[in-house]
Design a protein around this ligand. Structure first.
Ligand code: NAP
Length: 286
């Protein structure tokens, strides 16, 4: 029997409806959630991403600010803007779109964002909060993957999860979230000797590589949950993931498609983190 599709579009709609309801309550209490998005330079993909983020903010009733700067903006000027947004009471989340121009150190920029407004969850402090199980913002893509896995109803306790990829923004936080959910976690990467050996033992596989056909049917345990984070192009230029979807869906129990799986969840979890940030602030004020 082919795998059940995990529908990221439907889940996103459900979560965004909940976020919109929470936003309405916060706005009534005088605490409309606000997200600031900063874009430096003219990278075409980044322009699309920030446009989508700002539109999503409007759809759920957020206040949003889009600050666009020329590629020659100095690092000091960007840090000044972040400092101003850190103390702006109308802003609960700050997002600086990556990549930044080469003369700006992305780590300095990420660390300049107040932890209370780090809704991307990329700072060292946010990573430490995740690592130690403290309350904090979880990076949006892995956070979204966890929500997708939850829809299967499968309890992760005692299950074996394999994460392919170890980036700071996807692979590593993904592994931490799976560990927190009591899975036994293996992290694979480009130096892993026999990827299939690991994935064939996995009840859950999360592929976050950026190379199509990394996970094929012969590498998957029957009935496994397969989450495809990858965003690649096939020979016809169509968007595809890291997973050979046609083959793997014949073996897996649940699978996310690309597009329509992880993609829509990333912005949704950014909204979720921002609404949580505003709720926390309101709670602390009371
Ligand atoms: P990244 O920083 O390039 O990391 C890729 C990881 O894959 C690295 O850890 C690398 O290992 C590993 N890798 C490369 N070749 C491999 C192989 N043959 N076998 C096993 N592991 C291998 O990428 P990322 O930022 O994590 O993103 C991964 C993918 O997800 C990309 O396609 C990206 O576009 C996509 N993405 C999608 C969303 C979304 O919203 N849908 C969000 C974020 C990212 P090493 O560490 O050893 O180099």
């Amino acid at each position: 029997m082919p795998a059940q599709h995990i529908d990221g579009i439907l889940l996103s709609q459900q979560l965004r409806a909940d976020i919109a309801a929470r936003t309405a309550r916060l706005t009534e209490a005088g605490k409309q959630p606000g997200l600031a998005v900063i874009l430096v330079g003219e990278d075409p993909a980044s322009q699309v991403y920030v446009r989508n983020k700002v539109k999503a903010c409007g759809d759920v009733g957020f206040h949003s600010v889009l600050e666009k700067y020329d590629a020659d903006l100095s690092e000091a000027a960007l840090l000044d803007r972040i400092a101003a947004l850190n103390s702006d009471p109308a802003i609960h989340g700050i997002l600086v779109q990556m990549p930044l121009p080469k003369h700006i150190d992305p780590n300095k920029v990420i660390e300049a964002i107040s932890t209370a407004k780090d809704v991307d969850g990329y700072s060292v402090l946010s990573a430490g909060e995740l690592m130690t199980g403290l309350e904090g913002f979880r990076p949006c893509t892995p956070y979204g993957c966890m929500k997708l896995i939850e829809t299967t109803g499968v309890d992760l306790r005692g299950k074996h999860a394999v994460v392919i990829g170890r980036s700071n923004t996807v692979g590593k936080p993904m592994a931490m979230l799976l560990l927190q959910a009591n899975a036994t976690v293996t992290i694979c990467h480009s130096a892993t000797a026999d990827l299939g050996y690991h994935t064939r033992q996995a009840d859950v596989v999360v592929a976050a590589v950026g190379r199509r056909n990394t996970l094929t049917a012969d590498m998957v345990k029957p009935g496994a949950i397969v989450i495809d984070v990858g965003m690649n192009r096939d020979d016809a230029g169509k968007l595809c993931g890291d997973v050979d979807f046609a083959g793997v869906r014949e073996v897996a129990g649940h699978i996310t498609p690309v597009p329509g799986g992880v993609g829509p969840m990333t912005i949704t979890m950014l909204l979720q983190n921002t609404v949580e940030s505003a709720e926390r602030e309101l709670k602390n004020q009371r």
